[in-house]
Design a protein around this ligand. Structure first.
Ligand SMILES: NC(=O)c1ccc[n+]([C@@H]2O[C@H](COP(=O)([O-])OP(=O)(O)OC[C@H]3O[C@@H](n4cnc5c(N)ncnc54)[C@H](OP(=O)(O)O)[C@@H]3O)[C@@H](O)[C@H]2O)c1
Length: 252
């Protein structure tokens, strides 16, 4: 008796095959890299950001379903964006505006208000407008940071950084069975962090990670891998996931 030896290897299914992923801030850094990774996992993409040329470029690279150019902190525009999307969508990643670092000495209340809009009200408004369009088991994914946990980063970012895990847990309860998760990143090598390199505590954190055996500087691809995992793994909701290459272990 002969036993057939020709076996065709089982091909793993792409994890996001046929699913729709919306990325706000999908033209640069963390958002663009997550869009690439989601596409490689079989997702269809809808990208939003302010600059239409960069959206066009990302769309050409990734073959998007659609793109939309608007400021996500304009919450009327944000609502019409989600109202206009075909339902259901599967996952939404919100990246977008960078942080506002200030000490009391140079505190500017208008900039601070815009920062609260960008980092507290934007996730809340996304949950309000998007959750009804998201398939049960899909996730809303927000970006936070670990750097803002240092008191030296300033009172405002310290307070907002502390608020985001609480916001994520409360929203996860409110919009279930849609899931809500937060990625808290250390220094990530992106155009945004390059523009913040004048901030001394941030430069020190990056340098100590660079020169330590117990840490490494992370890139957008590291965050993208976590983001796609959080989209696929339906057991994860209400959580905050630190991703910093060990930076917190080596800082003073
Ligand atoms: N890089 C880090 O070290 C780090 C660490 C922790 C947390 N984070 C957070 O992660 C997020 C993304 O950071 P990144 O490093 O990937 O930044 P990035 O490379 O500058 O990319 C930001 C993306 O968001 C879009 N965007 C910015 N403001 C927007 C707005 N008001 N409305 C709509 N889209 C907007 C940008 O495109 P347009 O300019 O065309 O709008 C771009 O596509 C930020 O919230 C940041 O605070 C970053």
């Amino acid at each position: 008796m002969s036993i057939a030896t020709s076996t065709s290897p089982i091909q793993p299914q792409p994890g996001l095959l046929g699913q729709t992923v919306v990325v706000i801030g999908g033209t640069s850094g963390i958002g663009l890299e997550t869009a690439r990774r989601a596409r490689a996992e079989g997702a269809k993409l809808i990208l939003a950001a302010r600059n239409p040329e960069r959206l066009e470029q990302a769309s050409r690279e990734l073959g998007t379903l659609s793109t939309s150019a608007f400021d996500a902190t304009n919450f009327d525009r944000l609502k019409s964006f989600f109202d206009g999307l075909p339902a259901p969508i599967d996952h939404v990643l919100v990246t977008g505006p960078g942080p506002y670092y200030s000490t009391l000495a140079d505190f500017d209340v208008e900039k601070a208000r815009r920062d609260v809009d960008a980092h507290l009200f934007l996730p809340m408004e996304v949950a309000r407008f998007a959750a009804k369009k998201v398939r049960p088991g899909g996730t809303l994914l927000f970006m936070g940071g670990t750097g803002g946990r240092r008191p030296a980063a300033g009172a405002l970012i310290n307070a907002l950084t502390a608020a985001m895990p609480a916001l994520t847990r409360a929203l996860a309860l409110e919009v279930a069975p849609v899931r809500v998760n937060l990625m808290a990143a250390g220094f990530v090598d992106t155009p945004l962090s390059g523009s913040c390199s004048a901030i001394s505590w941030m430069r020190d954190a990056r340098n100590s990670a660079r020169h330590s055996r117990s840490a490494r500087v992370i890139g957008p691809a590291d965050i993208a891998a976590l983001a796609v995992h959080l989209m696929i793994n339906t057991a994860l909701t209400g959580g905050t996931y630190d991703i910093d290459g060990g930076e917190q272990l080596v800082e003073g």
